[in-house]
Design a protein around this ligand. Structure first.
Ligand code: MV4
Length: 451
């Protein structure tokens, strides 16, 4: 096994990776920006290197500083976590050329899935259902008109370099098309330095369901069931669950098979997530693939009993997957609540500051992934995730009740948090009934009585 690994991230995921390394007997190197000097990932790692100032481009996103830190400390592998450099094809390639193992897929695989139009074409070739739409890129407005009229309005124009909700627009009718085509194109050029566009039929009333896959370097690919991420606002997930309510075992089998075909078709190695839209009829369509460990991976860990981060490291070392093939056995129900330093009653405005009280919940079925402690300063420079509360029970009802009480006994003082808002969601009849679509949070906000 690796003797030393560098963690190229911060916050809760850096701690999660350090814990996995400790269990595997691997020494760890933390990197940190100046405002993160007092962070737990710095304290818990065996060594730590300050890589620059607060600005991510001069620290956590600076490939040269991170590679230099790995070389100086003798780290043989780098785990990028999520965000920052996790899906940066160039960084994966720089690691390889520097003789450092990148814990994630090759530059080619990141590139192939990062370009969403290419990913779509690849999935079509592999027989994975995609949303009806353009075959590849749409070069100009004339083509766009032809395709949109063929599939019928409303359509969605999407930037090929986008993803995760960035660079996409709904077009209701033909009159709107010219203007929106050009603005989406211009925005894609400005945001991603790439104006490539593709078109899909707009699907309404959807649920966002993703399948966790895992591949090893010996050609084995398995799936570990789904996560339902429909409880989100403006593409920020608030709550994730596994299994998904309203998912039949037949759907799980079929989507799992499609996700494995996707992974096998691109010789995928490591942890990956195949994202699908599911419509009201239960039809599913591939939209994107994420080539990283995701924020919401713990819900899959809880229902499968597996450790995805340890497995990422093992597989990157060249070991065979330790997971069994075939349909995964999912035990009970898990729900993750993302706790952010933000104020839902002020349009989710970020709320950095000093944590004056930190009193975490506990008891059966409670897992807390967090980097918080009393006295910690939440910096304003990074995303506002403070903690992930993962609750589980023998069924969804039990998980919700545990979640409600865990949220209500979770005391964080000094910054505003999403805890009271999430607690109200656990009391909402529509949420409790299950099977909500991606419009749920907007509907909930309208009936929410701010306390
Ligand atoms: C769509 C769609 C409807 N039709 N594509 C948003 C994030 C990105 N991964 C894809 N997204 C969507 N693509 C078609 N053809 C609706 C969404 C979408 C959405 C998807 C997943 C989770 C939440 C969402 C919220 C709004 C829109």
């Amino acid at each position: 096994m690796f003797k030393k690994l560098l963690v190229a991230n911060r916050g809760e995921i850096a701690l999660r990776i350090i814990r996995a390394c400790q269990e595997l007997g691997i020494k760890t190197v933390a990197v940190y920006s100046e405002p993160d000097r007092e962070s737990l990932h710095v304290r818990f790692a065996d060594e730590a290197v300050c890589i620059g100032p607060a600005s991510p481009t001069e620290s956590y996103l600076d490939a040269a500083r991170i590679i230099a830190s790995a070389e100086i400390t003798g780290a043989e592998a780098i785990h990028p976590g999520y965000g920052f450099l996790a899906e940066n094809a160039e960084f994966s390639e720089i690691c390889r050329r520097s003789g450092i193992v990148f814990i994630g897929p090759s530059a080619n695989q990141i590139q192939a899935m990062g370009d969403k139009a290419t990913a779509r074409e690849t999935m079509q070739r592999l027989g994975v259902p995609t949303v009806p739409g353009s075959k590849g890129l749409v070069p100009d407005l004339e083509n766009a008109k032809g395709i949109a009229c063929d599939i019928g309005f409303p359509v969605m124009i999407k930037a090929s370099a986008g993803g995760g909700g960035k660079g996409m627009r709904v077009v209701e009718n033909e009159e709107e098309l010219p203007k929106l085509f050009h603005t989406t194109q211009a925005e894609a050029q400005a945001t991603f330095g790439n104006s490539d566009i593709y078109i899909e039929k707009y699907i309404s009333g959807i649920r966002h369901i993703e399948i966790q896959i895992f591949g090893d370097s010996h050609g084995k690919v398995v799936h570990l069931g789904e996560r339902d991420c429909s409880t989100q606002r403006r593409h920020q997930k608030l709550i994730e669950e596994s299994p998904s309510s309203g998912m039949t075992s037949q759907m799980r089998k079929s989507m799992g098979k499609a996700a494995i075909a996707a992974g096998q078709g691109i010789d995928y190695v490591g942890a990956g997530t195949v994202e699908f839209l599911v419509d009201e009829e239960g039809e599913y369509y591939f939209i994107e693939m994420n080539t990283r460990i995701q924020v919401e991976h713990p819900v899959t860990e809880v229902v499968t009993g597996l450790d995805l981060v340890k497995e990422q490291i093992r597989v990157a070392f060249g070991e065979e997957l330790s997971f069994p093939s075939g349909e995964p056995s999912l035990q009970g129900h898990a729900i993750e609540f993302r706790i952010n330093a933000e104020d839902p009653s002020r349009n989710f405005m970020p709320s950095p500051g000093c944590i004056q009280t930190f009193q975490p919940p506990g008891g059966p079925g409670i897992r807390l992934d967090t980097h918080l402690y009393t006295g910690y300063q939440v910096p304003p420079y990074y995303d506002s995730l403070l903690a992930k509360l993962i609750v589980s029970g023998s069924n969804r009802e039990e998980a919700i009740v545990r979640g409600r009480h865990a949220l209500d006994s979770f005391i964080i003082e000094g910054v505003q948090t999403s805890i009271p808002f999430l607690s109200q969601i656990t009391r909402d009849d529509e949420f409790i009934a299950g099977g909500v679509d991606t419009g749920f949070v907007e509907r909930f906000l309208k009936r929410w009585v701010k306390e």
